[in-house]
Design a protein around this ligand. Sequence first.
Ligand code: PMP
Length: 365
Amino acid sequence: MTASQRIFNFSAGPAVLPLPVLEEARRDLVALPGVGMSVLEISHRSKAFEKICFGAEERFMRLAGVADDHQVLFLQGGATLQFSMVPWNLLPAGSTADYFETGVWSEKAIAEARKVGEVHVAASSKATRHDRIPGDGESRYSARPAYVHMTSNNTIFGTQYHRVPTVPAGVPLVNDASSDILCRPLDFSRFALTYAGAQKNLSIAGLTLVVVRKDLLGRAPAGSPVYLDYATHAKERSLYNTPPVFAIYLLDLVLEHLLAQGGLEAAARRNGRKAGMLYAAIDSSAGWYRGHAQPDSRSTMNVTFRLPSEELEKRFVAEATAEGLDGLKGHRSVGGVRASIYNAFPEAGVEALVGFMAEFQRRNG
Ligand code: PMP
């Protein structure tokens, strides 16, 4: 298999990785330079792996601008385990957590938090099928929330926050950033805790990144299962137990690649150009393609749209696939088409899709 045989992969996740990262991982897979063993084979207690793991942690902090009052953790269990770990650690008995309900994933986060304690929905976009991000003026907070939880990018519906919500003073803000982490510069100091499954913008499945403010460590109830306590992982710098070594290695390569490409400002410019091309194609189709998200809530990561009929949507996806544009079928809760264009998705792939959209409309419109 050569690079030229690669098709355009619009999958929502696991998703496309930067080609230079895949090539470097392949080159060094059998023996890491200077180590003589594969990264898949070395002990997580070895000096060689410590260097990779602590290096990735430091590189992430540098690239994202995370200050020393926060700690980066490499965990497992996906963002799904964070739906439980966040309330387990931050929602003491008798208190209430406030959630913004903006899509399927936030609904799942709410359902898990309800198993731990009281949840109050502070704002919701459910009434309009999650086609928008609620504004600050709509938020109705509970009396003294233990924390406020948001989902910065709604992978399924294709909506994204373009502001950090204003929450009551002193209340920790928690963000599920699974599908837009590192897509643009972000002030991590505004968030008490950020979490993200790695399989979209960071690395591969199996790794979950958590960035937590240090003063929030040590709040898990006494007698907690050891893995569920953030303090366990913080104390051991993510090496309490065997971490997902290959995923951490790949994360380090992805971060190095992002830095070499000009960091997050440059990533935001690329993402803006890519999303802009697709939304322009939708907006200039005279209503033939209909975007699901309201314009001010549009995601730069997942572009969702409908066609005039389900029959046409099926044909669109099938014919696109045949032309090497893969993974465009929308999630069943929205239907239609979803183009996931994470950091590593190439601009040439967006140009190819825009060309295909015009041609498909010309033939079927
Ligand atoms: N949150 C968001 C925003 C997601 O997009 C996803 C996965 N697509 C999840 C949570 C669940 O992540 P995981 O599969 O890593 O548990």
